[in-house]
Design a protein around this ligand. Structure first.
Ligand SMILES: Cc1cc2nc3c(=O)[nH]c(=O)nc-3n(C[C@H](O)[C@H](O)[C@H](O)COP(=O)(O)O)c2cc1C
Length: 251
């Protein structure tokens, strides 16, 4: 069995990375996860997890205003017992939510480009984008803005988010939730990029949906409702609701 990768804390690090030791082996099994075939999860068959296992959900946020939903997604996932959550964010996406609302949940951190470069000073130090992709059982890119979509489709890896996606095993289920202005969505390159990430990389694209957008336009381009994103993970990975402790001794 492979030895767990330990990350020794160092004085210059802003925070401990003790989340990683990585998982020894993914608790997730799926019929598509043998070998290196893209795993688009295009069928609706639920994946199964080992009974004792936690599903490691890596939420990626990008510079769409729909990143305001990140705390809601994390908070809702925390109502389930067999799940662990980490967040990796582009710098622009941090404009849209208060990191404290995410990190208030035990063990959750919002990882950024700054962390990537501060974590490494010499050979043998952990490389954050690799540790995150090892950790993840499932990746949600929610929201996926036009810029990051374009970068992924073109193989770019110039920040934490795109580096970890480029390093991700093709067997790791990855769901993309586009969110952009209607005209950005209708731009001919968007269709090309979405086709590429589905057919070449094997990601599953969900949405966008039509509604009144934050910019004032009405049309297709909004991120799938955040509750539907959580429901997708709950259903696919058989998440179980936390059992609330009932107070005893009263009456
Ligand atoms: C207030 C505001 C809202 C934005 N909303 C979106 C959006 O919903 N979708 C999108 O594709 N770009 C949106 N953008 C533009 C992106 O933030 C911009 O393309 C940025 O470079 C994305 O960087 P990132 O992909 O590294 O996060 C918005 C920009 C601003 C200032």
């Amino acid at each position: 069995m492979a030895k767990k990768s330990e990350i020794a804390p160092q004085a210059h690090r802003p925070r401990t990375l003790s989340l990683f030791p990585r998982k020894e082996a993914s608790a997730i099994t799926s019929s598509a996860s043998n070998g290196c075939q893209p795993n688009a999860l295009s069928n609706s068959k639920p994946l199964s997890i080992a009974p004792e296992g936690h599903v490691h959900v890596l939420l990626i946020t990008t510079g769409s205003v729909a990143s305001v939903k990140a705390p809601l997604i994390v908070g809702e996932l925390f109502k389930y017992s067999n799940v662990k959550v980490q967040v990796a964010s582009t710098n622009n996406s941090l404009t849209f939510f208060d990191r404290n609302q995410v990190t208030q949940h035990e063990g959750v951190q919002v990882w950024t480009d700054e962390d990537e470069w501060q974590a490494w000073s010499k050979i043998g130090d952990p490389i954050l984008h690799i540790e995150l992709r090892r950790w993840a059982d499932v990746v949600l890119i929610a929201p996926c803005d036009a810029n990051t979509l374009s970068k992924i489709a073109n193989g770019m890896c110039d920040n934490l988010v795109t580096s970890l996606l480029r390093a991700l095993a093709p067997t790791t289920p990855t769901f993309v939730f586009p969110a952009m202005n209607t005209l950005m969505y209708e731009h001919p390159l968007t269709a090309v990029h979405l086709k590429t990430i589905e057919e070449v990389i094997g990601y599953k694209v969900i949405g966008p949906i039509g509604k009144g957008l934050a910019c004032g336009d009405v049309g297709v381009g909004a991120m799938t409702e955040w509750r539907d994103i959580v429901t997708l993970v709950v259903d696919q990975f058989h998440l179980t609701k936390q059992v609330k402790q009932v107070e005893s001794g009263s009456g």
